[in-house]
Design a protein around this ligand. Structure first.
Ligand code: XMP
Length: 558
């Protein structure tokens, strides 16, 4: 229901104290605009250590809980006139510093080294042909370790008092260290999956060099958060909007565990959910013991959307209607003091807007009535998606709720191109249901890098003889069907000519939805799904598979 960022837009809610003991020791990751900055944080969390991402110019100078700093990557060059700069003296000499890619080049450039455009862009897999395993950063590394490079510039001379600690065939200063102070830099990306010992490097830095404790776990998080929620909320009443998605569901269960029936959840059916989703999800919520009010508002939404074809207008109408319906229900709970939301950490990271452009407005909730005077409660605000899933599992929630794919707030409205009607929603629900069921039923066996990747992403599978078996559904980040309702093409069914709509199938792999690749689904799978849809769904006579990545495309079509 509630997309990223818009969750911050509630005008009627004030933000409560953060639900975490901020004295928890942490590493600060300074963001210079790279797509992989969040991945660094996720890797550190996987090591059960706590970290925070902050814009490059917002280092918290006087926070005694900071034990180290990582300068992350950037799409800019250190010698660009608009390059993001940071004053290293804020932390230099006070805590260990690690620069990654741009971060390493920035340190080198600032301290008197030399950075130049590389003769050719250094991109892709490389091997550390020389590596100083005596240096604490490379403890446990093997010679030849595979790393991932992605930079257009390269360090051609180190500052005085610095020395190389790793190199590849093409990159002399793949990593460096200062002789007499705790500063390191790596020009490769330890956070990406293809850097095989990347997590070991990050562990060496955070745990051994910075002295970080590995005490950040789902169980600890639940325990601390529950006692903080109880202290914060007391005997007040809380309202929470449920969407059927992982975040709001886990937030609800966590709150329910803390305050029981003081929590009332509201789940709005706008009429454009997946087939049977409203009843199935309501049933799940009831089994979890949640106090949920289900509101069927499909007539209102579909009525207001009649004849609307512009994607942005559709989103705005849905956003407006959602606020109206939600508020009408919320107002009935007259003694509510809190509005709880499933906001997660990536929604809150103040991301640097390098281009300043908005691609799509995702954010469909405008605000709660001022007179309700609600305070905002966000029990998942420090968690990444995979951590939310871990917390959900620890809370005993059913696996199908936890591994559910992300689904856009406006639902099938952004997957029906053109005007929306009940009949189009029905056709799309049928086709989509066939596709999603087939993804769940088709099992694949993975080994090597692929197996490691799905396990690292938290997919519930067991490694046996170096292999894991997972469903295609669990292997992809997100899948869905799009009805191209403004396109018609000729077909033949039996002896009859048809003139019907095509559907497009979409499946992507991703770690955060910021970038995505189209999933390479097996041909036999696609063939069967196509056949089933065309045979079973009246109104569809052609199936296409979307092979666009993001960027330049987006995951949703509208
Ligand atoms: P795009 O299409 O921008 O989508 O590549 C990125 C991710 O966001 C989801 N999405 C939305 N989620 N409200 C939401 O809650 C929205 O309006 C919305 N639009 C897109 C999309 O499904 C994908 O996971």
């Amino acid at each position: 229901m509630l997309g990223p960022q818009k969750k911050r837009n509630f005008v009627g809610a004030s933000i409560a104290k953060p639900l975490i003991n901020l004295m928890q020791q942490k590493v600060i990751i300074l963001d210079f605009g790279s797509q992989t900055t969040q991945l660094i944080a996720r890797r550190l969390r996987e090591l059960d250590t706590f970290c925070e991402i902050l814009p490059y110019n917002k280092f918290p100078k006087d926070d005694p809980s900071v034990i180290g700093v990582i300068l992350a990557g950037s799409p800019l060059s250190v010698y660009d006139k608009d390059a993001f700069r940071v004053d290293l003296n804020q932390f230099r000499g006070r805590m260990p510093v690690l620069g990654i890619c741009y971060g390493a080049q920035f340190i080198s450039h600032e301290l008197g080294g030399n950075v130049e455009p590389a003769p050719s862009r250094e991109y892709g897999r490389a091997n550390l042909e020389s590596v100083d395993t005596g240096n604490p950063l490379f403890q446990g590394f093997t010679k030849g370790s595979q790393v991932w490079m992605s930079h257009g510039d390269t360090i051609t001379a180190l500052p005085q008092g610095f020395h190389a600690i790793a190199g590849t065939d093409h990159v002399k200063y793949a990593a460096f260290a200062a002789d007499n102070e705790p500063i390191w830099g790596v020009q490769f990306h330890p956070e990406v999956f293809h850097s095989v010992q990347g997590t070991l490097l990050l562990k060496n830095f955070v745990v051994d060099i910075c002295g970080g404790r590995q005490d950040w776990s789902a169980a600890n998080y639940i325990e601390t958060t529950i006692s903080e929620l109880r202290a914060q909320i007391g005997s007040d009443r809380v309202i929470l909007g449920l969407s059927g998605g992982v975040d709001s569901s886990v937030a609800a269960v966590l709150l329910h565990k803390a305050i029981g029936n003081q929590l009332t959840c509201i789940f709005v059916d706008h009429g454009m959910l997946r087939k049977n989703e409203f009843t199935d999800v309501m049933h799940d919520y009831e089994c979890l013991g949640l106090n949920v009010i289900g509101v069927d508002a499909s007539e209102k939404f579909l009525g207001d959307l009649e004849g609307i074809t512009d994607p942005e207008q559709k989103r705005k109408i849905i956003g407006r209607d959602f606020v109206e319906v939600f508020n009408a229900e919320a107002r009935k709970i007259t003694d509510a003091k809190w509005l709880a939301q499933g906001t997660i950490y990536p929604d809150r990271i103040e991301s640097l807007n390098i281009t300043g452009k908005v691609i799509k407005s995702h954010h469909n909730v405008g605000g709660l009535p001022e007179e309700m005077h609600l305070s905002l409660c966000e029990p998942l605000q420090w968690l990444f998606k995979d951590e939310v899933r871990r917390v959900g599992r620890e809370l005993g929630m059913p696996e199908h709720l936890i591994t559910r794919h992300p689904f856009p707030g406006p639902g099938l409205a952004v997957r029906i191109l053109g005007a929306i009607t009940r009949e189009k929603v029905r056709v799309l629900q049928e086709a989509d249901d066939i596709y999603i069921r087939a993804l769940r039923n088709y099992k694949v066996e993975l080994s090597g890098e692929e197996a490691r990747r799905v396990l690292a992403a938290g997919v519930p599978a067991h490694l046996e003889n170096g292999k894991v078996e997972v469903s295609l559904y669990d292997q992809v980040w997100q899948a869905g069907t799009i009805l191209l309702s403004e396109v018609r093409s000729v077909g033949v069914m039996g002896d009859e000519r048809t003139y019907d709509n095509p559907v497009a199938l979409r499946a992507v792999t991703s770690t955060d939805a910021m970038t995505a690749d189209w999933a390479h689904l097996p041909y036999d799978f696609l063939a069967k799904v196509s056949n089933d849809i065309i045979n079973k769904v009246k109104g569809v006579n052609r199936v296409c598979y979307d092979i666009s990545s993001k960027p330049p495309a987006t995951i949703e079509w509208e």
